[in-house]
Design a binder for this molecule. Structure first.
Ligand code: ADP
Ligand code: ZN
Length: 359
């Protein structure tokens, strides 16, 4: 078992990483005091809900309420949020109660927003079950829903009281979802830690086959990197922006392909595009560029896409809500594990970068 303590100004909480749910009862009794409400989806609940209920019962809590919604991003909307509020009221949750998210990023985002807003904020526990949620979305406190066709447009910053990661839940995760999660994992190595990138390069088989030690190391490292970045910049005024590496083009591709590709798959493409700009500017060597591309490939991720044109991708990039001015903001790599954030990328450079990932 590994434990990471995150220290934010107003509160501190632990991220516990283990290979089972064995420690969950103890952890829950340490951080929760009142009633509990579980939020999960139709894929995760049939596999893990009864185990969670058992842990809650063992910890001496009352039988928790439960909201289960249809799996998938399409459910990340105000209707589902309303169902969570209704259930919270029905189960008489009060200011001492907590909402527990059991599932991937979609569950965590919605349960987190409900916890941030119900009675002006109650406790929130994350039990992430996708690689993406275990390494990225459950750390950092961003929660939200999609609204009026725009992703994550309604949201809040809500730090949980506990994040409990059971790495063995990845055994039931579809392979494609695992690979998509690996894109953000690779991202951490590229933007912050070249030694970690080498570890990913040399241990692709162990990691992909979910070797306990390798997976625990990967998840711990990602959480530690993300926590370090986020603790310096909780509300994304500066440094946190480096986490958007691969996301400028990535979001463009994601929208242009009408969300047919997974977020991580698009981030992988976006990272290659951003690295192409870095290469053209002489910030990284051809060898480094090829190395990262090979690592991406070794985790069963595509390095090119088809079925959307360059112009559409650029149009969507320009609509991205993270844009701070009329210019596109790019996170580029300038040397191993080093980033620069620039908004002077020319239209030509952007076009070239997209051309190198379209087939
Ligand atoms: P993400 O975490 O990638 O943002 P989701 O919450 O949508 O995204 O999860 C991706 C998909 O994987 C969903 O269909 C979800 O129901 C499913 N899922 C999540 N965790 C598991 C798991 N441990 N085993 C099987 N399926 C899972
Ligand atoms: Zn992302």
């Amino acid at each position: 078992m590994q434990r990471l303590n995150l220290d934010f100004e107003k509160r501190s909480y632990d991220i516990v990483i283990d290979t089972s749910f064995d420690m969950l009862s103890d952890e829950l009794s340490r951080v929760c005091k009142g009633k509990l409400l579980i939020v999960s989806d139709t894929n995760v609940a049939p596999i893990y809900l009864s185990k969670l209920e058992e842990c809650i019962c063992k910890a001496g809590f009352l039988k928790p309420g439960c909201v289960i919604f249809e799996a998938g991003e399409k459910s990340k909307n105000i209707d589902t949020l309303q169902k969570i509020y209704n259930s919270a009221i029905e189960h008489k949750l009060d200011r001492k109660s907590a909402i527990i998210a059991l599932g991937g990023g979609v569950v965590g985002d919605m349960a987190g927003l409900a916890a941030a807003t119900y009675m002006r904020g109650i406790d929130f526990v994350q039990i992430p079950t996708t690689l993406l949620a275990q390494t990225d979305s459950s750390v950092g406190g961003k929660v939200g829903i999609d609204f009026s066709g725009v992703k994550n447009i309604i949201g809040a910053f809500k730090q949980p009281s506990l994040v409990y990661i059971n790495t063995s839940t990845l055994k039931t995760l579809p392979k494609r979802e695992f690979s998509a999660g690996m894109a953000e994992v690779i991202k951490y190595g590229v933007i912050r830690d070249d030694e970690f990138l080498s570890y990913l390069e040399q241990n692709a088989d162990a990691i992909s086959s979910l070797d306990d030690k390798a997976i625990e190391k990967v998840i711990y490292k990602c959480c530690a990197i993300k926590a370090d970045v986020v603790m310096h910049d909780e509300t994304e005024m500066g440094m946190r922006a480096i986490l958007n590496f691969g996301h400028t083009i990535g979001h463009g591709v994601e929208s242009a392909k009408d969300f047919e590709l997974l977020h991580g798959e698009c981030v992988a493409l976006g990272m290659i595009g951003a690295l192409d700009i870095s290469l053209a500017r002489g910030y990284v060597t051809k060898e480094y560029y090829e190395r990262v591309k090979n690592i991406i490939f070794s985790y069963a991720l595509e390095t090119t896409f088809c079925g959307a044109d360059k112009k559409t991708v650029i149009e969507y990039m320009q609509n991205d809500k993270k844009k701070i001015s009329d210019r596109l903001r790019f996170v580029l790599i300038k040397g191993k594990g080093e980033t620069v954030i620039l908004d002077d990328i020319t239209a030509d450079e952007t076009e070239r970068a997209i051309e190198c990932i379209i087939r």
